[in-house]
Design a protein around this ligand. Sequence first.
Ligand SMILES: NC(=O)C1=CN([C@@H]2O[C@H](COP(=O)(O)OP(=O)(O)OC[C@H]3O[C@@H](n4cnc5c(N)ncnc54)[C@H](OP(=O)(O)O)[C@@H]3O)[C@@H](O)[C@H]2O)C=CC1
Ligand SMILES: N[C@@H](CC=O)C(=O)O
Length: 328
Amino acid sequence: MATIKAAILGFGTVGQGIYHILNEKREELRDKLGLELEVAKILVRDTTKERVPGTAHLLTDSIDDCLSVKGIQVVFEAIVNEEPAYGYLKKAVENKCHVITANKVMFAKWGLELQELARQNGVFVGYEATTAGGVPVIKTMKNILLVNNVSRIQGVLNGTTNYILTKMRAEGWSFEEALKEAQILGYAEADPYNDISGQDAFKKLMILSSLAFGDQPNWADVEVVGIDSISAQQVEQSIKNGLRYRHVAEVEKHQDGTLFAKVAPMLVDKEHPLYPIDDVFNAVTMETNYIGTLTLVGPGAGMYPTASVMVEDYAEIIGKRAGFVVTI
Ligand SMILES: NC(=O)C1=CN([C@@H]2O[C@H](COP(=O)(O)OP(=O)(O)OC[C@H]3O[C@@H](n4cnc5c(N)ncnc54)[C@H](OP(=O)(O)O)[C@@H]3O)[C@@H](O)[C@H]2O)C=CC1
Ligand SMILES: N[C@@H](CC=O)C(=O)O
């Protein structure tokens, strides 16, 4: 049986999740795809740090080490920031590797270019994990767009901030306590400022905008307000008023073709669809011409929800490559 060789870039919350799922699902994936998968290299910054037992020999701090593995075909990317991630994935694609990324900071800016480069090189880009964690919003939207037009997208796109707002309201935790727990649970970004300030939700919104509308609004024109503007007193008052804070991202296409986007906290009442979306959950509502309004809800962050959609991307890409659709 042929073996596919893969590299994992980044071995924190998400990278380790990919490794565990690939191990746990090894036989099933082999049976479905007719191929063995071998993780041949893992890229990190600090190769001396103790991580998953039995993986020390796979660690490297050199991207060239990863891409020079003989027969390398797949690169899973779970590092942080725009660079060096984009440079690494460009190199991987030029090396004829399929790439599967969770890195929304990189993908919001470079996603369209990376996909075009992949097309030119005859490889695929998987990016389900960049947006809304384990919620299958990318593949659902790709399907919907085969027939429908999407005119508006609205949702809670950051798990950490929803978790913090929920704990402040439902458990009376302080902002700091809730953020600390979100970090322990692996929900928060390496720099949680991206979550708190709304930048993380903004990047995800831009990825959805590229997919739905083939374009993004001018970033400088988008108002982005984080949850750092909400005080404990305001949360207390919202409870008294029977309302809940949600951090909402939305983008819509106006009739004249212009795109309007906004990311900001919002008070919602019991009747609002985002009212019950608590904890680390995300929700994405799409307004379409034929289906009408469709909402997807699920865990928006965390090791296994995120890593599992990356392994789904892998199965889909390898199946497509071999000319079949992977089914259960
Ligand atoms: N956590 C989550 O729930 C989700 C995360 N994401 C995205 O996935 C990516 C990874 O997130 P997460 O796993 O939480 O982050 P972590 O901080 O837990 O892990 C990041 C990993 O990347 C490595 N790394 C960072 N920069 C470099 C670099 N320049 N060269 C080599 N290795 C590097 C780190 O190495 P070292 O350990 O040596 O420092 C670490 O192993 C991010 O882009 C994030 O936005 C997406 C969806 C959900
Ligand atoms: N920090 C992010 C992780 C997933 O994208 C979040 O909390 O949503």
